[in-house]
Structure formats: structure tokens, C-alpha cells
Design a protein around this ligand. Structure first.
Ligand code: F6P
Length: 355
């Protein structure tokens, strides 16, 4: 294999740049050319590519790869490509790879990006290797996706700030965190910050039940003499924060409730050491996998399920993309044992959180 291509796609996540750096270094060490694709599948369709070399270059400037690992976002750019969802777009993308002499493609991204990689492999025989990257941690066959740890740390810092002002005024706060289809960030951050309650899509509660639960937690919290009550809400819970807060205040005259929507703040920032480490090790094993002849697979970090192919890194295994996508769908619809374990744990935690 002489040339490997690499793209970042879908919602960016902190650690993507660290993965690009590790892939570039691994390729350079193995005498392989690395070509970066601008703006994910959108750029691939138009053949927008740039060589990624370890030293100074038009892409990286004078500092080369050295500063890349500490930066959030993705230096290659990302996109959610509507054109790539069409068969014609994928055919053009495969042509562009052939024209650039790319023998194998590393795809760094979430569910949609990995679905695209699988389609390129199946329909056009492109050799692909996926790397899971999504702050939502909603990808199957990996315990962590790139960016999740940084996002959690950002949420924890934000909640610490909210806590200070909440206690000063004796107020309740509903803090909304990203996670359209997966409540992982809400669940994990609620435990990490010692929130009083957590709301996530997988609980499948209707609006009235949510209002009642939140009002109960707020009322009891202040009745016990607490100075702040903190509720973490996942974006996927459909009731908007403002309406939730208004309805809770209507039920509890005299108590003050405020809402904070963290939104895209959670997706940016310098990656944590854990995210840099995961990114580097996944990128290394992804490139090695392609060089060994593997294709249509994803590298997973400490996979929470059996099977997979061993890699040179004991914490990383490779899984067929077909299985990754099935497991990802099962996480979303709640039929995965991994999700069942998360929910079971949260049910136990729910009795302890408001104390
Ligand atoms: O990266 C995943 C995610 O952060 C979801 O949690 C969120 O709903 C979505 O991206 C937002 O995407 P966009 O920036 O394209 O609106």
C-alpha cells in the first residue's frame, strides 16, 4: 500500500487532530504517503485533497504536526454531506480516490461517517478503516469514541460554574448537554458532577412525567435545605429547557429555576490527555490494519463486547463495520446489552442522586 487517504466527517470532536497527527507519523514511519481529504465526504466528491507530511507544509504551516494534537476541531474540516448519501455521490468519491492513487481510506467520524465508509467498501471495493469519533459516545463496539472524554470534562467545568451561582441565589438549574440520539453525556456527567437528577431520551418519559419528576426533585431538594438543585438534561429529551423550567416554576411558586443550554460549547476545546491517547492509539492501529490488508472494519477502544480481531495494541480490537453499525443501531433503540447495563446502573443511581 503506497498511499493512504484520511478524512474527518460529521460532527467534529476534540481529538480528531491528534488522530490525524498519529496517522501521519505512522504513515511516515512506514514509508507510506498520507493524503488528507478536505471537509469529509463533501470534499472527497470534489477531489479536494492535500498531502499530510510531518514537517512544515501548506496545510500545517511552519510548526508541522507538533502543535496539532492539542487543538480541538479538525484541521481538515468536516461536513455532513447530503450528496454522499446518493449513490452518484459515492461513485464520484470512489473515482476521486482512484484518480489520486489512494489505496486505502481512514474515516474518522460517527455513525453516519462509518455508514458511508461501509457503503464505499461494499459498493466500490474501496479499502476502508473506521475510527470512532463522536462526543455523544453513541458508536457500537468501542467503550469510548474520540471526543467524549473532553466533552465530559467541559460539561463538568460548566456545571461547577453553574453550581457557584446557583448556591449563591438558592436556585435550581436545568443544564442541557448535547446528545441527540444518545443520553451518554447526560448520564455520565450527572454522576461526575453529583447532579440531583438526570433526564435522557432512553427513559422514554412523556412531558408531564418529566415535569412532575423535576418538580419533585427541586421541591424535595430545597425542603432538605439544599442551596442548589442541579438537573442534567440530554438534548434528545424533546421538551425545550425553557418550557420545562416554566412549567416547573408554575408548580412551585416562590422557587427559582433557570436553564442553561451548553450546545456546541461542549463540542470544542483542547482534547484531554485521555482523548489524545485514545486518538493516537486508534489512528496507529487503523493505519496498521490497512497495511496488513484489513478493510471494511473499525478500530474500537476497550470494546465492551466479545469478539473482534486483535491489533498490536492490547486495548484496541478491529470489528467489521457491518457489526459496528448493527451494534450502534441497537444502542440507539435500546436493544443492546451495553445500553441495558447503562440503564440498569442509572436506575440504581437515580435513588442516590437527589440526596
Ligand atoms: O456530534 C454529535 C452532535 O453533537 C449531536 O449531539 C448534536 O445533536 C449534533 O451533533 C449537532 O450537529 P450540528 O452541529 O450539525 O447541528
Amino acid at each position: 500500500m503506497k498511499t493512504i487517504g484520511l478524512l474527518t466527517s460529521g460532527g467534529d470532536s476534540p481529538g480528531m487532530n491528534a488522530a490525524i497527527r498519529a496517522a501521519a507519523k505512522t504513515c511516515a514511519a512506514r514509508g507510506v504517503r498520507l493524503v488528507g481529504v478536505r471537509e469529509g465526504y463533501e470534499g472527497l466528491i470534489d477531489g479536494r485533497m492535500v498531502e499530510v507530511v510531518p514537517g512544515p507544509s501548506p496545510l500545517l504551516g511552519e510548526t508541522g504536526l507538533d502543535v496539532l494534537g492539542s487543538q480541538g476541531g479538525t484541521i481538515l474540516g468536516s461536513a455532513r454531506s447530503a450528496r454522499f448519501r446518493e449513490a452518484g455521490g459515492r461513485a464520484r468519491a470512489a473515482d476521486a480516490l482512484r484518480a489520486a492513487g489512494v489505496d486505502g481510506l481512514v474515516v474518522i467520524g460517527g455513525n453516519g461517517s462509518l455508514t458511508g465508509a461501509h457503503a464505499l467498501a461494499r459498493e466500490h471495493g474501496v479499502r476502508v478503516m473506521g475510527i470512532p469519533a463522536s462526543i455523544d459516545n453513541d458508536i457500537g463496539c468501542t467503550a469510548m469514541a474520540i471526543g467524549t472524554d473532553t466533552a465530559l470534562n467541559t460539561i463538568v467545568r460548566a456545571c461547577d460554574h453553574v453550581d457557584d451561582t446557583a448556591r449563591a441565589h438558592r436556585r435550581a438549574f436545568v443544564v442541557e448537554v448535547m446528545g441527540r440520539a444518545c443520553g451518554y453525556l447526560a448520564m455520565a456527567s450527572a454522576v461526575a458532577v453529583g447532579a440531583d437528577a438526570v433526564l435522557f431520551r432512553e427513559q422514554k418519559r412523556d412531558e408531564d412525567a418529566i415535569v412532575q419528576a423535576v418538580a419533585g426533585v427541586v421541591e424535595q431538594g430545597f425542603a432538605r435545605g439544599k442551596r442548589r438543585v442541579l438537573i442534567i438534561k440530554a438534548e434528545g429529551v424533546e421538551i425545550p429547557c425553557t418550557r420545562l423550567v416554566r412549567r416547573v416554576e408554575e408548580r412551585l411558586p416562590g422557587l427559582e429555576v433557570r436553564a442553561v443550554v451548553l450546545g456546541h460549547i461542549v463540542r470544542g476545546g483542547n482534547p484531554t490527555s485521555l482523548d489524545r491517547l485514545i486518538s493516537a492509539r486508534l489512528a496507529f492501529t487503523a493505519v496498521m490494519g490497512l497495511l496488513e490488508g484489513a478493510t471494511d472494519e473499525m478500530v474500537g477502544w476497550n470494546p465492551p463486547l466479545s469478539g473482534g480481531t486483535a491489533t498490536p495494541d492490547g486495548a484496541v480490537k478491529r470489528f467489521p463495520l457491518e457489526r459496528v453499525l448493527q451494534e450502534t443501531a441497537a444502542l440507539e433503540d435500546g436493544s443492546s446489552p451495553v445500553m441495558a447495563r447503562r440503564l440498569q446502573l442509572l436506575q440504581q443511581v437515580e435513588g442516590v442522586l437527589p440526596l
